[in-house]
Design a protein. Structure first.
Length: 86
């Protein structure tokens, strides 16, 4: 009986850590679709809310370092698809 319990627990831990169940790579960031905030990928591979941009700013990703920044809208107008330097 103990063997069955240990085997089931071991299989459950493998299934929980299965990489195909992950939505994202842990410790990565993304801007929310609304651009009002950003999410971080948890150690379990799920997106979780991480922060909100101040009023009058929008989330923009710096693809060089993988970090989100809250910037004024005029920045998005001048550089809509380009990476930016800070």
């Amino acid at each position: 009986m103990k063997f069955v319990t240990v085997a089931v627990a071991a299989l459950a831990s493998v299934a929980a850590a299965w990489p195909y169940e992950r939505e994202c790579k842990p410790a990565t960031y993304r801007c929310e679709h609304s651009l009002r905030g950003w999410d971080v990928c948890s150690t379990s591979g799920q997106w979780v809310y991480a922060g909100r941009c101040e009023h009058g700013t929008k989330c923009k990703m710096n693809h060089q370092n993988g970090s989100p920044y809250c910037l004024p809208p005029r920045h998005h107008h001048l550089y809509p698809e380009e990476e930016f330097e800070i």
